[in-house]
Design a protein around this ligand. Structure first.
Ligand code: GDP
Length: 364
């Protein structure tokens, strides 16, 4: 599955947000069979109104959303790259995630101490990014030193790694995160394999005061500007509000949201923004037993998409019977789509599209 790491300075609202996320997930556990929650790891359902529509049309007994993992990575402080605080363990945790949700304190509250004694989310973002850059630099130096012997042996893979590490090092020494390095298509795989911290896409989470979650404030406006300049994403939420919502029943929550001037929980926006940031898409399998959503990367072929369900589906792939979401809905389901000639048989080279309703045929 796909993993987002929640990072941020102490006291910015990380745990509040994480608790809201996982409590919501726990509430959904009844129809959510894969919801395993560890103290700092939570799986959450990706909200998708299309899935409910498909299930209604097909009278599916069960609705199973696709999911995303959030990891609460506490302990990032100034000096983390020097092994202060949780230091290395913390950095190892970040290495494993696909993207970073960086929580920034955008709320004023004299009762909640700020580690730097002032509310300045742009400076905070900079503090954390600097730590990640220093950590990258240190690991690059170590890795390049380890490559020296292989380079003398004319090892092609080592040469490629060293060249990419050198490019990252040059950017970092110039004060830029490694994500600013432009990488050719043929290097993309090796580049990703380096697992540099500052190549991970970042989603800034502006944690604003309770009465500002619909509008944002001056702090979140500055974060929005910074995020746009970096090519990163941002969302505005109030972690406290989300925590309250996560404790309410569905109809109570809806009333509460409309009172706050919100159309949907901020968590839904956060999860979807993460999904977009990771360039993920959803396809569906729909039948009388269950309607289910599955996550793939953009550009995934039909056999690879089948492999998300089961490895055997990918190995024995024959073809995918495909109905576009809009056709499925407009024609009242699979039978109608079939009769209208909107069910296509797609082969191995088909690139799955977001919203496709698929049925795989495979050899066992
Ligand atoms: P963490 O250290 O980043 O995990 O921060 P916590 O989630 O523990 O929050 C630190 C403190 O800030 C707690 O007392 C929270 O209740 C408080 N807090 C979190 N979000 C908000 C908010 O939106 N407004 C206000 N006033 N306080 C908040």
């Amino acid at each position: 599955g796909f993993k987002m790491g929640i990072v941020g300075l102490p006291n910015v609202g990380k745990s509040t947000l994480f608790n809201a996320l996982t409590r919501t997930a726990a509430a959904q556990a009844a129809n959510f069979p894969f919801c395993t929650i560890e103290p700092n790891v939570g799986e959450v359902a990706v909200p998708d109104a299309r899935l409910d529509r498909l299930a209604a049309i097909a009278s599916s007994k069960q609705i199973i959303p696709t999911r995303m993992t959030f990891v609460d990575i506490a302990g990032l402080v100034k000096g983390a790259s020097k092994g202060e605080g949780l230091g290395n363990q913390f950095l190892a945790n970040i290495r494993e995630v696909d993207a970073i949700a960086h929580v920034l304190r955008c709320f004023e509250d004299g009762d909640v101490t700020h580690v730097e004694g002032r509310v300045d989310p742009v400076a905070d973002a900079d503090t954390i990014e600097t730590e990640l850059m220093l950590a990258d630099l240190e690991s690059i130096e170590k890795r390049r030193a380890n490559l020296v012997r292989k380079l003398k042996g004319n090892d092609k893979e080592a040469q490629q790694q060293d060249r990419l590490l050198a490019a990252a090092q040059a950017a970092l020494e110039d004060g830029r995160p490694a994500r600013t390095v432009e990488v050719d298509a043929e290097d993309a795989r090796a580049w990703k394999g380096l697992q540099l911290l500052t190549t991970k896409p970042v989603l800034y989470v502006c944690n604003v005061a309770e009465d500002e979650s619909a509008t944002g404030n001056a702090h979140s406006a500055r974060v929005a500007e910074m995020a746009a300049a970096q090519g990163n994403a941002h969302v505005i939420i109030s972690a406290r509000i989300e925590e309250e919502i996560s404790q309410l029943e569905t109809d109570e929550a809806e009333m509460f949201l409309s009172e706050m001037g919100l159309e949907e929980p901020g968590l839904d926006r956060l999860i979807r923004a993460g999904y977009e940031l990771l360039q993920l898409e959803t396809y569906f399998t729909v039948g009388p037993k269950e309607a289910r959503a599955w996550t793939i990367r953009q550009g995934t072929s039909a056999p690879q998409a089948a492999g998300v369900i089961h490895g055997d589906f990918e190995k024995g792939f024959i073809r995918a019977e495909t109905i576009a979401f809009d056709d499925f809905v407009a024609l009242g389901g699979e039978q109608g789509a079939k009769e209208a000639g909107k069910m296509r048989a797609e082969g191995k080279s088909y690139v799955v599209k977001d919203g496709d309703v698929l049925h795989f045929l495979f050899n066992t």
